[in-house]
Design a protein around this ligand. Structure first.
Ligand SMILES: Nc1ncnc2c1ncn2[C@@H]1O[C@H](COP(=O)(O)OP(=O)(O)O)[C@@H](O)[C@H]1O
Ligand SMILES: [Mg+2]
Length: 139
């Protein structure tokens, strides 16, 4: 999944908790701009929230880029960090896997279920990049 053809409409540095709120609200706006229903908006904002929170919690921060997709009925995001990376991606994707005490470990699996397209690229020492596309309507 590459966003070469897409318009980058925002870049948000993820450094502290309130950046999650900024990310959520910017993605919600982008979805509205492409005519999204409330439901589709909530689904994708929740997905983005999970990966953005992961960048903060597990990698100490990162960068979120938001894209309007060429067909204008979809919003794309790339969340990139330079943290410690994920050793076993399949394990991390599975519900119930977490390295954080008290967590349900459903963040990544949930994000994949709530987005139209999901791709994760991560390796130990190199950081993590998650790319997702959210559809603004079911059509
Ligand atoms: N950006 C990231 N950098 C490093 N590790 C990550 C990142 N995102 C997720 N992980 C790893 O994958 C696991 C599962 O993530 P997730 O499903 O969101 O559950 P949770 O964040 O609640 O632990 C995390 O516990 C962590 O070990
Ligand atoms: Mg998480």
């Amino acid at each position: 999944m590459v966003f070469d053809e897409a318009d980058r409409i925002a870049t948000i540095e993820l450094e502290q908790d309130r950046d999650v709120v900024r990310a959520r609200s910017r993605v919600a706006d982008a979805m509205k701009e492409c005519g999204s229903s409330e439901l589709m908006q909530t689904r994708f904002v929740t997905a983005v929230s999970e990966v953005v929170r992961n960048a903060l919690t597990h990698a100490g921060g990162g960068t979120l880029a938001i894209y309007a997709m060429p067909n204008k009925r979809q919003v794309g995001i790339e969340c990139r960090d330079c943290g410690k990376g994920i050793e076993d991606i399949d394990a991390a994707m599975a519900d119930g896997f977490t390295t954080r005490r008290g967590s349900m470990g459903r963040g990544l699996g949930g994000a994949k279920r709530l987005s139209k397209t999901f791709a994760i690229d991560s390796s130990p020492g190199k950081g993590t990049t998650v790319r997702m596309i959210g559809a603004c309507s079911l059509r």
